[in-house]
Unconditional design. Structure first.
Length: 232
């Protein structure tokens, strides 16, 4: 298939296609791919390696202070990040103790557009904490939680319960744009793909990533971990 470069008004069409996934739950989930693995309700065991990695991670304030690449963008989003009251109420209703282990790096635009909102969620929800590790330390996590097309990606988020069990994941992108990007990647240029993703972030302002994180918490509490990922 010929790869196309989308510009101007056509990028808006790309973004509108992404928004269809937001509005249609069927579209957001109906894309079984050869490399895609979705877990729900799987038995999970405590993983001391994940716990040790989490314990060595940075809190968001320290990570932000150390950021050099995209520094202005990180601080701008961190300063303005908000999580809606209804979503906070759902997260607080889950209760318990949960840890968000995030593999991220300051140079990554997807990390910049998601991690500050996750940090705000953790800040506002009792019993929820977040730690960040760089890809060099978190490679094993990325290897076992790959993007839908089988790549190591940032950010990679793994939800741990109070026993240190892997109870869910989000890899690279919020679900709405993740599914759209996986469908479109083979047929459009990299520039066009990233233009659509940037448009999503500008409009969505963290709603997608925080909503999916709360859904992970709710599913984990119910004993049905969610993790949409690819395989190598």
């Amino acid at each position: 298939m010929t790869r196309r470069t989308l510009t101007g008004a056509v990028v808006a069409t790309v973004f509108a296609s992404a928004m269809m996934s937001v509005l249609s739950p069927v579209a957001a989930h109906a894309m079984p791919a050869r490399s895609l693995s979705t877990s729900a309700g799987c038995a999970v065991r405590s993983d001391s390696t994940l716990v040790a990695l989490y314990d060595r991670g940075q809190n968001f304030s320290d990570f932000l202070a150390a950021a050099k690449a995209r520094r202005e963008g990180w601080h701008r989003i961190a300063d303005s990040a908000q999580v809606g009251d209804a979503l906070l109420a759902r997260a607080k209703a889950v209760g318990g103790t949960w840890r968000l282990l995030v593999v991220a790096i300051d140079a990554c635009g997807d990390s910049m557009n998601s991690v500050p909102y996750l940090a705000k969620l953790a800040e506002k929800v009792p019993g929820l904490d977040l730690r960040i590790v760089l890809p060099a330390a978190g490679r094993a996590v990325q290897d076992s939680h790959r993007s839908l097309d089988g790549r190591r990606a940032t950010p990679t988020l793994v939800l741990l319960d109070d026993a240190g069990r892997d109870m869910g994941c989000i890899v690279e992108l919020p679900r709405e744009i993740r599914d759209w990007g996986h469908r479109m990647r083979p047929s459009i240029s990299s520039d066009s793909l990233h233009a659509g993703i940037r448009a999503f972030y500008a409009s969505n302002r963290g709603v997608g990533i925080t909503t999916e994180a709360v859904e992970l918490l709710e599913a984990a509490k119910a004993g049905s971990p969610l993790c949409q990922r690819g395989t190598n």
